[in-house]
Design a protein around this ligand. Structure first.
Ligand SMILES: Cc1cc2nc3c(=O)[nH]c(=O)nc-3n(C[C@H](O)[C@H](O)[C@H](O)COP(=O)(O)OP(=O)(O)OC[C@H]3O[C@@H](n4cnc5c(N)ncnc54)[C@H](O)[C@@H]3O)c2cc1C
Length: 437
């Protein structure tokens, strides 16, 4: 890993995003001897996958399979990684790409920081931990999470009490309060956009009243609650720390709905909700677990069997559209469902003590207008060629993973390999043509 990259560094390929797609593409290119720069805007690589508990369909521990990839990329001699750095724009001229980066100050010199965490232990200012979806607390200066890569402390200026304790306890003099944002431009021949996805807000549908109850949560929050190394180490509901006994999953809560601008299917929600329901029934064996769904889309290899297993485990599947959710007494929620099977008989509101909204996937990054890559009408990077699914509208710029549209890890990995292959072929052809001239 190198944190001191400057504009003279010209990698063969630059990868936007250090999630699982970006890391897989980087490893596949680097193994072919190409020099790769991975740019990640967060303080650690790993993307969404490193925050998951277990993954369907195998129920492997997500950390156990993501951390080795993160580590392999970080230790690869042909890969350089810049974290805390945002790709702002890509400009293409004469077959080469100029990628504009904004390196955000971490107030810690990464070349000096040895990851000892003495600064973190000494810091007495805490704020809600973004990695734990706000459920736990993190110090104002901290290594972002246990298996973060790089294992370097980062100071959050918005929460720092500027007491100077971290600088006093740091054994290597790594704290630099005077760091400034730095702009740099990297020239490269190939780019892979692996900028991933975000989830739309739990408040996107006002009729679900998520702004009125802490017990209406996002699926990624439940991933953290289910993770063995999560904020509480067990599943407790956010409002009062009670162990929930009746949990509802609301499907299509942020997708397949024109009114919120997300008409498409997010493709992973059925499966991750089924997975979470299965994990919950293991963690809370006495709890009632209900999935309210319009239809179940279990399209991948082994996914239908996974769904059938969940039914056999006693998870309740109720076909219907959730119309409204209302907070009631004791922090519980009343879920009003319209049956799509028997519209004539209205269903009574059902009471649950925790509700999980299956939010929709939306693009993780909207490229600046100067970037020569077109986006489709859903905002994800357009891939116009049916027979080259990782090619974008710009020569030499490829796309991998959820940057091109909602998909799960298996499809993301396959696409990342394909993007790397297309990028290396592009580089080979471009350089052979130059030699021939
Ligand atoms: C709750 C939930 C549970 C899931 N469970 C499963 C499961 O069990 N099994 C499964 O197969 N799939 C699951 N998925 C889907 C899985 O998370 C995705 O398929 C996978 O994480 C996609 O990886 P990615 O690299 O494309 O995107 P991301 O993980 O989003 O990575 C993209 C990276 O790019 C960075 N980035 C974005 N823009 C920029 C920029 N301009 N400059 C620099 N960096 C940038 C982001 O910070 C991020 O780190 C789940 C999804 C959710 C929401």
């Amino acid at each position: 890993m190198n944190t001191q990259i400057d504009s003279n560094y010209t990698p063969d390929a630059l990868i936007v995003g250090g999630g699982i797609a970006g890391l897989q593409s980087a490893l596949d290119l680097a193994d072919q001897g190409l020099q790769v720069l991975v740019v990640e805007r967060q303080s650690s690589i790993g993307g969404h996958m490193i925050a998951l508990s277990k993954v369907y369909p195998t129920l492997d521990c997500a950390s156990c399979i993501t951390t080795p990839k993160m580590s392999a990329a970080a230790h690869h001699p042909n890969i350089q990684i810049l974290t805390n750095t945002e790709v702002e724009a890509i400009e293409s001229r004469d077959g080469a790409h100029q990628v504009r980066l904004l390196q955000k100050p971490t107030y810690v010199n990464f070349d000096k920081c040895i990851g000892c965490r003495l600064c973190e232990y000494a810091c007495d200012t805490e704020y809600p931990d973004p990695f734990e979806e706000g459920l736990g607390a993190v110090r104002a200066i901290a290594v972002p999470f246990t298996n973060a890569i790089p294992q370097k402390a980062v100071l959050d200026a918005a929460h720092c009490g500027t007491c100077g304790t971290c600088a006093r306890v740091c054994p290597t003099g790594a704290i630099e309060f005077d760091q400034q944002p730095r702009h740099l431009t990297i020239r490269t021949d190939a780019v892979i956009v692996a900028s991933g996805f975000q989830l739309n807000a739990v408040t996107v549908k006002p009729q679900f009243n998520a702004h009125r109850s802490r017990n209406i949560i996002a699926p990624i929050t439940l991933e953290r609650l289910l993770a063995p190394h999560g904020p509480y180490g067990r599943v407790l509901r956010p409002s009062d720390g009670k162990m929930p006994s009746s949990i509802a999953f609301v499907q299509c809560a942020g997708s397949r709905d024109e009114s919120i601008g997300v008409p498409y299917c997010s493709r992973v929600c059925c499966m991750y909700s089924i997975k979470q329901a299965m994990l919950l029934s293991g963690a809370l064996p006495l709890a009632d677990i209900t999935i309210y769904y319009m239809d179940i889309r279990a399209f991948g290899k082994g996914y239908e069997q996974f769904y059938q297993n969940a039914k056999a485990m006693g998870i309740n599947f109720v076909r219907g559209k959730v119309a409204r959710i209302h907070p009631v007494d004791g922090g519980d929620l009343a879920v009003q469902v319209e049956s799509t099977e028997n519209a004539e008989t209205p269903m009574e509101p059902r009471r649950h003590d925790l509700v999980v909204l299956a939010q929709g996937m939306i693009p993780g990054w909207m490229p600046a207008d100067s970037t020569p890559v077109a986006c489709a009408s859903d905002g994800f990077v357009a891939t116009p060629a049916l027979t080259a699914p990782t090619a974008t509208t710009a020569p030499g710029i490829f796309v991998a993973g959820t940057a091109a549209g909602p998909k799960d890890i298996v499809d993301t990995i396959a696409e990342a390999g394909s993007a790397a292959m297309q990028a290396s072929q592009y580089l080979y052809q471009k350089r052979s043509a130059l030699v021939a001239v």
